[in-house]
Write a protein that binds this ligand. Structure first.
Ligand code: NAI
Length: 342
């Protein structure tokens, strides 16, 4: 069995080679992303294996289908880059619903601590033997209110971490969980009352630009915004305006709305065309990491093992527990009815 593996990076090839070899799956690794120009690289393959910034839109889906491909194995949780609706009846799309939620939640806290304790500034200073403390005053997290949007796997781990710091936690979720013990409030209340806001919900049409100028207008002055979920949850222009007006105290971004042609690549010798990103990065109170929250050894192994498991299950049964289904949605009843549904 052969899968074309797009957007291959040195850090994910070893785990996929290992698990693939064990289960008789050959991955053909391509550095390029899957898009309108590159889909034909998957010729003669049984499926494609893609990541967050590959394009699986209607055009690519139709082309893959014409080529006889029936499976798209996402090696990530989020699937906003896939037209699941268009794929229905053509391609089976499966993802990795859970892999070390600790990786992402711990990265969110790492960004927060770096930002508010000015570690990014201090590191550069001491590298230059500058031991001055001017401008490095931070604030305690203990006693502060953190608003967590999305209380699924990652949001709940982040809540546990925040509890350890003695923070007050407010939560918002479209589908609140009764057994979480979290204090759910409306999104508006969360915006109004939080010192720190961390996003852990998926990107959907409903959540796109959830943080826009209106939302920022409701927030406390000096609010710290953390986004390790998906870039387009935040209107980047509105965030920039909020930072320039001093309303937003700091932003910690592992994702960015227009990241797909930028993140994961080395542009250090180039002119940055994206003015909004360049301006955000130039701010002393903005920290940007390049969608690296998932990047721990544990998560990489989880991802490879689950993706290979998904591919095997699909080849044996013709469907897969971790499949995304447009008709039923991603629910338990959907999973039970998967074969009939597709
Ligand atoms: P999950 O599915 O366990 O939790 C998502 C939560 O968001 C659920 O509780 C759901 O009810 C809630 N939700 C859905 N629609 C909502 C809405 N309109 N408003 C508020 N809440 C809503 O997902 P998980 O594993 O916790 O991942 C969360 C997100 O983290 C993913 O969607 C993905 O975008 C992102 N992610 C980022 C990574 C990175 O490397 N930066 C790695 C892995 C995931």
């Amino acid at each position: 069995m052969k899968y074309a593996f797009f957007d291959a990076k040195p850090y994910d090839i070893p785990s996929f080679e290992k698990y693939g070899r064990e289960k008789g799956i050959e991955f053909k690794f391509f550095e390029t992303k899957l898009n309108h120009d590159t889909y034909s690289l998957a010729t003669d393959c049984d499926g494609v294996c893609v990541f967050v910034n590959d394009t699986v839109d209607a055009f690519v889906i139709d082309k893959l289908y014409e080529m006889g491909i029936r499976a798209v194995a996402l090696r990530c949780a989020g699937y906003n880059n896939v037209d699941v609706r268009h794929a229905f009846g053509k391609l089976h799309i499966f993802h990795v619903p859970a892999y070390s939620p600790y990786a992402v939640a711990e990265h969110a806290m790492a960004l927060l601590l770096t930002s508010i304790r000015r570690i990014h500034k201090a590191y550069i200073r001491t590298k230059d033997f500058n031991f001055s403390l001017s401008g490095l005053t931070g604030f305690d997290l203990h006693g502060k209110t953190v608003g967590i949007v999305g209380t699924g796997r990652i949001g709940r781990v982040f809540a546990d971490i925040c509890k350890g710091f003695g923070m007050n936690i407010l939560a918002y979720d479209k589908f609140p969980s009764e057994d979480s013990g979290l204090n759910y409030v409306s999104l508006g209340e969360l915006f109004e009352q939080s010192d720190i806001i961390s996003l852990h919900c998926p990107l959907t049409e409903e959540t796109r630009h959830m943080i826009d100028a209106d939302a920022i207008g409701k927030m406390k002055k000096g609010v710290v915004i953390i986004n390790t979920s998906r870039g387009a949850l935040i209107d980047a222009e509105a965030l920039l305006a909020g930072i320039k007006s001093r309303k937003v105290g700091a932003a910690c971004l592992d994702v960015y709305e227009e990241e797909s042609d930028i993140f994961f690549e080395d542009f250090s010798g180039h002119i940055m065309d994206d003015d909004t990103l360049a301006r955000l990065i130039s701010m002393p109170n903005v920290i940007v990491t390049s969608h690296q929250a998932f990047l721990t050894e544990e998560a990489l192994n989880n991802i490879a093992e689950t993706t290979v498991g998904n591919i095997l299950e699909f080849s044996e049964k013709g469907y897969c527990e971790n499949e995304l289904c447009y008709r039923c949605g991603k629910t338990e009843s959907c999973k039970a009815a998967r074969k009939k549904c597709f």
